[in-house]
Design a protein around this ligand. Sequence first.
Ligand code: BES
Ligand code: MN
Ligand code: ZN
Length: 487
Amino acid sequence: MLEIGFAKPVLPTSGAVVLLIAEEERPGGLWQQADAATGGAISRALSAAEFKGGKGKTCTVLGPGGDLTRVVAVGLGKRSDLNPRILQDAGGAAAGALAREAIASIAADGLSATQAAEVAFGATLNAYRFDRYRTKEKPQDKPKLAALSVLTGDPSGAADAWQPLAGAANGVFLTRDLVSEPANVLNPAEMADRCRQLKALGVKVEVLGPQEMRALGFGALLGVAQGSVNEPRVVVMRWDNGGAARPVAFIGKGVTFDTGGISIKPAGGMEDMKWDMAGAGAVVGLMAALAGRKARVNAVGVVGLVENMPSGSAQRPGDVVKSYSGQTIEVINTDAEGRLVLADVIWYCQQKFDPQFMVDLATLTGAIIISLGHEHAGLFSNDDALAEKLLAAGKETGEKLWRMPLDEAYDKQIKSEIADMKNIGGRPAGSVTAAQFIQRFVNDKPWAHLDIAGMAWSSKDAPTVPKGATAFGVRLLDRLVAAYYET
Ligand code: BES
Ligand code: MN
Ligand code: ZN
């Protein structure tokens, strides 16, 4: 992780400096000093570039004078509109512009301590890279930025504000690492082992194997798993720091690879299905974030880890399985496997922990990408109050949600001739029928389902989310907990 430090606002005489500039303001402090030290090179460059401090705008001045290698102006937009998102994006843009520098400073002297910490958070999130399997990249082609000093009038206040954000960044990175791993490395047992590493943060971790699941009667999850030589796991993670309160619960779909099973997927793009465990990955990262910042909450995370493969032992279309809840399911399409996994883990979580609410995350349907593209995750909920809180947390973190309907009218689409339900509802409203299916495994309890199929992986760089695994859901749910559920 990028090494973050906070220091008094003293202009460095060498290296790279970022100047954060609000729109329609005469910059002061370090900006003035930097401009004077470079004989006005900065103000000349910014006026030539017509840089006015607009949100998201950057302007790089190379070799402006003295021993400064680079000065980067990053626009903040209007000061009155500033919020954590904008500050994080500015930090992200700064880190992006500094990638070629080893050591750099950000002049945050016009900002409060908490605002400076948000800038550091954005820079940190930008600097993530999944590098494990590159053995031949030349050192000069690698991003160099290793340490970033944030210059602020209140370095110790900023360092205090940074602590919980560092915990959150650690959770985001854990999720990005898990989601980026190829499926030959990250099978269910390996993912369970990585969950065990959360014990170092004070999280209690319990792992169920196929024996225990058979004994409990996880017929829906085990049906998905039976085609693979890689055994399934269910991992229960608990962070108990909220006194006597009932826990909040997060549940993740963790299909470490989804071939579709016997209802096999086409070859083109199938490699993407290594990230079909992104819901579970987000739950693991969230638990790390909550523990890392010592959130005052009782939280439980439950992930269902399976590999969906075709083989001589795989389940067939038409098979009927009995879920842990006792309800039977006709498996019409073995590629609608996520809901089968969630059916058992959601029921388990609810029976075992009686949580205040449950939120599940799943890369559940291609149909949600048709509905919402790559801008919003689908939110389905039986509880308006919970849905409103999630929508608000989405706006605040930039991990946006769009509410979709639940309605019994869709139930006829998943009616089976032979069992209590079937696992697909045809093409119309494919994400809604999937959510209706999951709802059958939720008792009378606030619940929300986030279909993150369009959000888990990104093909383009954004200031705080480099392309690849996004860790969508970690910041969102960390915010949900921080805003509404801490004691
Ligand atoms: N994991 C997929 C959904 C998915 C698709 C995630 C594209 C990310 C990108 C899920 O298991 C699946 O295969 N869903 C099917 C359901 C259908 C058979 C009813 C789908 O969306 O096609
Ligand atoms: Mn599938
Ligand atoms: Zn899937």
